[in-house]
Design a binder for this molecule. Structure first.
Ligand code: CA
Length: 220
């Protein structure tokens, strides 16, 4: 037994997947096809996707927002857990990557629930606030450029309802956040976010060490 979060050796990680992962064929093909792309590391891990599907279901979420869609694996994981009349607004600065995932969304039967918005996320979120969407979201997943993180978080906090959840990806950033010798802008942005959010009295939080670190923040 351990009083710390257990480190996952390769063998234990394989076992972890073997006894818990239920990734279906559509998700697997999307993940494998994305894995052949140059930016494949931007895709979340399958166990994280499954965790998010469970989380969105537990929340009973009907309306969700994703900031940073990439090829659509996480969007599919979220959309699967929404009811038939639920909605996921999926944002990405790049329209090409999400179009890659749209075939899979169709195959999984969730296309009607996902509405894609291209362009800079700051602008998209600003427009959503202006359009009266404040406090209307049950779940937000933030997984875009790290330098915009503080801005995305502040706007998400306005868009999410009280009791809703914001999930921020990559908060352990391959361990670089804990290495003071790493001082690139992305690492500093995540480190700064982590340092501030621990004292943010607007939310309850837990940093879940799944994938590359996923911080869950529940709006008070
Ligand atoms: Ca990510």
């Amino acid at each position: 037994m351990t009083r710390k979060t257990i480190p996952l050796t390769d063998r234990l990680y394989d076992y972890f997947l073997e006894v818990s992962l239920r990734e279906d064929a559509v998700l697997r093909r999307l993940r494998e096809e994305t894995g052949r792309l140059e930016n494949a590391r931007m895709q979340i891990s399958p166990e994280q996707g499954q965790f998010m599907t469970l989380l969105v279901g537990l929340l009973g979420a009907r309306k969700a927002l994703e900031i940073g869609t990439f090829t659509g694996y996480s969007a599919l994981c979220i959309a699967k857990a929404l009811p038939d009349d639920g909605e996921l607004i999926a944002c990405d600065i790049d329209a090409e990557w999400p179009s890659f995932g749209m075939r899979y969304w169709a195959e999984a039967g969730v296309s009607d629930k996902i509405h894609f918005r291209g362009g800079r996320a700051s602008d998209t979120l600003e427009n959503m606030l202006r359009d009266g969407m404040e406090g209307t979201f049950d779940f937000v997943f933030i997984d875009a450029d790290k330098r915009g993180l503080d801005d995305y978080y502040e706007k998400s906090l306005r868009l999410v309802r009280t009791g809703g959840v914001i999930a921020v990806d990559n908060t352990l950033w391959s361990g670089k956040v804990a290495d003071p010798d790493v001082t690139d802008e992305d690492t500093k942005a995540i480190r700064g976010f982590n340092a501030s959010v621990v004292d943010d009295t607007r939310v309850d939080l837990s940093l879940v060490p799944i994938g590359d670190g996923l911080t869950l923040l529940r709006k008070r």
